[in-house]
Design a protein around this ligand. Sequence first.
Ligand code: ACO
Length: 342
Amino acid sequence: MSNRATVWSVGSYVPRRKVTNKMLSQHLETSDEWIRARTGIRERRYAAADETAATLSTYAARAALHAAGVGAEKLDWVLVCTDTPEMWSPPTACFVQDALSASHASAIDLTGGCAGFLQTLQLAEGMAAAGARVLVVGTELLSRFVDPADRHTAVLFGDASAAFLLGSSAERQGLSLGRSLSQSDGSQADILTNPYGGVRHEITAEVAAAGAHHTLHMDGPKVFKHAVHRMSQAGEALLAESGLTSADLDWIVPHQANQRIIDAVTHQLGLDPSRVFSHVDRFANTGSASVALAVADMLHQQLIRPRQALLLVAFGAGFSWAARMLTADALAPVLFLDGDTV
Ligand code: ACO
């Protein structure tokens, strides 16, 4: 059998600070009841003031390497997928490469919104099948990029990082990467955007004085509609391409944006809700980290069994959407670091 790209191990990190709905309702015109009913979210994690995209990524990356027992010097690539980078330049991945002492690795960032981790995985797959050892890290600190006074966005997001260590199946077994698809529709870009700071909308003195120049802008109901449509479509298309039906799946792992989006996709795909993983109540929407964090939590909770088949599906800014089959040829070791308990 030819060499396949395999997830050798998984690592993740969620910061210590829990922010409950009740805490948000102390300065926002919202309530625990509204947030739970409309999103399913109960709490989210916010990074501490001294934590950054690079520190969160490094914790998750170290966790994945430690779980696998692989030294950082063995890495060929460090890919960090994030919409909330350390700085404009250099890439967050270079800070992570340095912190890990990954002395032989090439490091680069990718930006793909909430579908970004699965898109990056698609790029990493070819590298790993060819024998490279690739660390794919999804990281988001959206707490720094939402307007805390905007109830439409402030309640939805949390901070986290999660990493997959990929290598060839010839070297070791793990979660085997099956078929995947990804697609974008840039004509919808304005519905969900963080528009300032680039060349199109520079942060002039006037823009800075007006505030909101670094925060997310979103038409929530439109995002909701597109997310349900595209994730359902991507899931159906990938199943059809794979010659499978939903009955062949043991788990569906959707992007953790909103429980109502997850429920609607579950309904559209005719899935058994007990096979659809959700922890959105505890961690909210962690953007580029979301699906990888979900897999980390499932492995940590020992929900995934040997030989089980998983369908991962995500949607986010761009718009972009992606789906991926994973098969647990062997259980990938995991280290789920919770700042609350370590
Ligand atoms: N607390 C209380 N009331 C609120 C809040 C809040 N936090 N936010 C909005 N409202 C109000 C609105 O002002 C509105 O009031 P009005 O009727 O007096 O005008 C009312 O609630 C309904 O607002 P809608 O926006 O229509 O509410 P909806 O049911 O669509 O829920 C939500 C809003 C939760 C944002 C939903 O649209 C959603 O989840 N969309 C997807 C957004 C998302 O997931 N974005 C993440 C990035 S992309 C991705 O990850 C898929």
